[in-house]
Design a protein around this ligand. Structure first.
Ligand code: HEC
Ligand code: HEC
Ligand code: HEC
Length: 318
């Protein structure tokens, strides 16, 4: 009996918390969540849970647990760290009020529009079929020795071992095979535009792409030798709550090595020039091959000074 009364009290108190919460305020606060959980609470990738239509009390409990450390997750810990109780209640009210993933998919199917927000592992995998969400798939799909021969054509700009000799060319060494294969396929389809690379990939087959990706992925990266930067360090680790900028660490990791399974690239070993160019291109959407606008949504909120500072900081990552 005592237990029943207790759980009734808990249920009642969470109902009143939900009533006090402001879903509209929650919607604004959810801008930083959308990179991973999607603008409509339907996630952009199979590794991120959907939040749309979730129970609000459950959302609040999870956010509190991420904040206290009772539930551990490298991506959610920095997200929850800065949230107040009121923020959590507002966010929960927003997400719980959204139609569920199934409802959203049914609605877009019935209006005949393409289900852009529907979760789809194909969207995450990019344009190359071999890119399953299994981390090792692309590496094992490719042949490292064959890739080494084919990479002779790339050496002038990217270096024989994928460590680029000049600041305008990115390093490829140690980058995840999934990400490399996606970029090559994107240059080929025109989803990512670069006049030099368009010429390089035009004649590559799917097998060539897998072999090249496998070869560069197993080369070792040169450690960053740039100087650190305090403002850049802050942005990288903490993001900018006021502007709604998600911390870079959430996806690119503490040491900038990225997350292979999720298709988040390593950003270490790159020149400051290359990093600045990519951030500026995501910002003005001249680079738009990031699925669901995951990087464009972040870069659009960065000032020139932010880009300068964070690019400088990244060059110091070892
Ligand atoms: C960088 C990606 C990322 C961002 C940004 C992000 N999340 Fe998450 N979130 C995750 C991941 C990954 C998980 C799953 C964690 C796990 O596996 O335990 C998660 C889990 C959750 C859960 C638990 C869901 C469940 O079913 O258990 C909630 C609630 C949540 N996030 C809310 C938020 C809110 C609110 C924001 C914005 C303030 C946010 N997240 C921003 C990646 C992210
Ligand atoms: C003549 C110089 C040149 C040659 C040769 C060249 N590339 Fe590139 N590559 C570039 C430039 C420049 C970029 C950056 C484009 C941009 O700014 O978006 C690039 C970008 C890339 C990227 C994207 C890297 C990232 O971090 O997103 C990949 C992958 C790549 N090249 C692979 C190759 C492969 C494989 C070959 C050989 C088949 C090759 N490149 C040959 C100049 C070259
Ligand atoms: C929610 C996840 C996420 C967050 C947060 C994030 N990124 Fe990214 N970033 C990505 C993904 C995914 C790509 C690759 C997009 C593609 O497929 O081309 C990327 C690509 C990049 C690239 C281009 C890499 C290359 O080799 O061309 C740079 C540079 C970059 N991010 C810097 C940053 C910085 C700086 C921040 C913080 C201000 C940041 N990112 C925050 C997911 C994220």
């Amino acid at each position: 009996m005592k237990k029943i009364i207790f759980s009734l009290l808990v249920a009642l108190s969470s109902v009143s918390a939900a009533q006090a919460a402001d879903a509209n305020a929650g919607k604004e606060k959810a801008a930083v969540c959308s990179a991973c959980h999607g603008p409509t609470g339907v996630s952009a990738s199979p590794i991120f849970p959907n939040l749309a239509g979730q129970n609000d009390a459950y959302i609040i409990k999870q956010l509190k647990d991420f904040k206290s450390g009772a539930r551990t997750d490298a991506m959610m810990a920095p997200m929850a760290a800065n949230l107040s109780d009121a923020d959590m209640a507002d966010l929960a009210a927003h997400f719980s009020g959204l139609p569920s993933a199934n409802e959203q998919a049914a609605a877009s199917a019935s209006t005949g529009s393409s289900a852009e927000t529907a979760p789809s592992s194909a969207a995450v995998a990019g344009n190359v079929e071999v890119l399953s969400s299994t981390p090792a798939a692309a590496i094992y799909a490719g042949n490292v020795a064959a890739g080494k021969n084919k990479a002779v054509a790339c050496a002038a700009c990217h270096g024989a071992d994928g460590n680029s000799p000049a600041p305008m060319y990115p390093s490829l060494a140690g980058q995840s095979a999934n990400y490399l294969a996606k970029q090559l396929a994107d240059f080929k389809s025109g989803a990512r535009k670069d006049p030099v690379m368009a010429g390089m990939v035009a004649a590559l087959s799917k097998e060539d792409i897998n072999d090249l990706a496998a070869f560069f992925a197993v080369q070792s990266t040169n450690a960053g030798t740039g100087e650190s930067n305090e403002a850049g360090h802050k942005l990288y680790f903490g993001g900018d709550a006021k502007k709604g900028v998600t911390a870079c660490i959430a996806c690119h990791g503490v040491a900038g090595k990225g997350m292979k399974q999720a298709g988040f690239p390593s950003i270490t070993g790159q020149s400051k020039d290359y990093l600045k160019k990519q951030l500026a291109s995501f910002r003005d959407a001249s680079r738009s091959n990031d699925n669901n606008g995951i990087m464009r949504n972040i870069a659009i909120k960065l000032s020139d000074a932010d880009i300068e500072a964070v690019a400088q900081y990244i060059t110091s990552l070892k």
